[in-house]
Design a protein around this ligand. Structure first.
Ligand SMILES: Cc1cc2nc3c(=O)[nH]c(=O)nc-3n(C[C@H](O)[C@H](O)[C@H](O)COP(=O)(O)OP(=O)(O)OC[C@H]3O[C@@H](n4cnc5c(N)ncnc54)[C@H](O)[C@@H]3O)c2cc1C
Length: 390
């Protein structure tokens, strides 16, 4: 008999969400992480409305001002030039992952998950359904969830590689000194600060989180780009720079095999336009645990993936739609069209914000964009004609 119904590797948002959900289904759970919590995690810490919904559903967690700073104002730039500002938009929330992940991890333990944090994996034997830890502990499981991030060893064991190098993103980030933000201080987004990506400046109480992210292959000069971006923002020079891969469009259409499931970054579930991943990690972690619980209850742990895959279809559909929209926003060829249209259009800015807040999902946005594209293109050409004839 395996000691654990479910072993979860990785105790970030995906793993903690899977652990809490699995405990709600009555499964015995081992939660393994190589780090001890609290642990650093490179992230902007922007929590969307979509993500807030999952925090409430899975952890019963409210947006508490101790942990989250709510922002309703955004300003947009491209190559240093303003594209406009929106005030009073639906709320998004800024947090520090050190604190958020510690809270989620503690909730997973409080729900009854066995704590194997601070433990490296020595061997992963998928055929024997067994994980051996560096400490010598052996964990036998009915189902396994790989929630071990973008460089997932579970994904590597299943598919030979944790991610598609042609599609993966890379981001650099710093924590610059705080600038005494108020609730009115805008969050800043800089399109094209990186190729096929963007820059961000998130003003928080303790620091200003500034970063750049984009497709890894298109940005061999990411450090130089960050230096230019910091010069534009007049802050952060000389601060320690950290970098991390992030999935950016290369999600797995089969997120696992048999009784082994992938959730969060390990499955590539990150928005290829906004870089949002916390919400999808919470959501997919909970779905993976539910699929595992159903498979175990049916006495067929091997059917976990066939249950999980349809559950994740809405996430995959959203990411696929985002991938189709992405060239309009990020392609260098369409940059003048996007900049001019975004600057002129309040609707487009609002769409972007409704997307971030979770009030609009990508498939609806894609359909709307296709309908609006001919008019937007016609208006752009008219604007160009006017500016040339002036
Ligand atoms: C610079 C940057 C900025 C970002 N900003 C945002 C943002 O503002 N908003 C947003 O929604 N998303 C953002 N993201 C994406 C977001 O950080 C991820 O999508 C999210 O953390 C995914 O959660 P996860 O639980 O899948 O993985 P992770 O949070 O990466 O957690 C994985 C866990 O697995 C553990 N682990 C890894 N390997 C092993 C191993 N071999 N053995 C044991 N444990 C292991 C790690 O220690 C870690 O605790 C950003 C990403 C980057 C890189």
């Amino acid at each position: 008999m395996p000691q654990f119904d479910l072993v979860i590797l990785g105790a970030g948002p995906a793993g903690a969400s899977a652990a809490v959900t699995a405990r709600k289904h009555g499964l015995s759970v081992a939660l393994v992480d190589k780090a001890r919590f609290p642990r650093p995690k490179l992230c902007g810490g922007l929590v969307t409305g979509r993500c807030a919904t999952h925090l409430k559903q899975v952890f019963n967690l409210e947006i508490d001002p101790q942990l989250f700073e709510t922002r309703r104002n955004f300003e947009f730039y491209m190559e240093g030039r303003p594209l406009g500002r929106l005030d009073g938009v639906p709320p998004t929330h800024l947090t520090m992952r050190w604190d958020l992940d510690q809270l989620l991890f503690s909730k997973a333990l409080a729900a009854g998950a066995a704590d194997f944090s601070g433990q490296r994996v020595e061997a992963l034997d998928l055929a024997a359904h067994r994980l051996v830890l560096h400490s010598g502990d052996t964990l036998d499981y009915r189902c396994l969830i790989g929630a071990d991030g973008v460089q997932s060893i579970v994904a590597r064991a299943l598919f030979g590689t944790p991610f598609d190098p042609a599609r993966v993103g890379f981001a650099l980030e710093i924590e610059a000194p705080a600038r005494a933000p108020t609730t009115d201080t805008p969050v800043r987004i800089d399109f094209a600060a990186a190729d096929w990506g963007y820059g961000w400046s998130f003003p928080k109480r303790a620091s200003t989180t500034i970063g750049l992210g984009g497709l890894h292959l298109r940005n061999p000069d990411m450090r130089a780009r960050l230096a230019r971006y910091l010069d534009q923002l007049h802050t952060g020079q000389g601060t320690k720079i950290k970098g991390h891969f992030l999935p950016f469009g290369g999600y797995r259409s089969r997120p696992g095999k048999g009784r082994v499931l992938l959730a969060g970054d390990a499955a590539g579930f990150v928005d290829p336009i906004t870089g949002e991943g916390i919400g999808h990690a919470l959501h997919s972690g909970a779905l993976a645990a539910t699929a595992a619980a159903e498979a175990i209850a049916a006495g067929r742990p091997d059917t976990a993936l066939s249950r999980y895959r349809p559950m994740t279809r809405p996430i995959r559909t959203a990411l696929r739609s985002a991938r189709l929209l992405r060239p309009i926003i990020f392609s260098p060829t369409l940059k003048p069209f996007f900049a001019s249209t975004f600057r002129a259009s309040r609707t487009l800015k609002r769409d972007y914000m409704h997307l971030l807040s979770g009030e609009v999902e990508y498939p609806a946005l894609l359909a709307r964009t296709i309908l609006r594209l001919p008019l937007a293109a016609w208006r752009w050409m008219a604007r160009r004609k006017r500016s040339v004839s002036r």
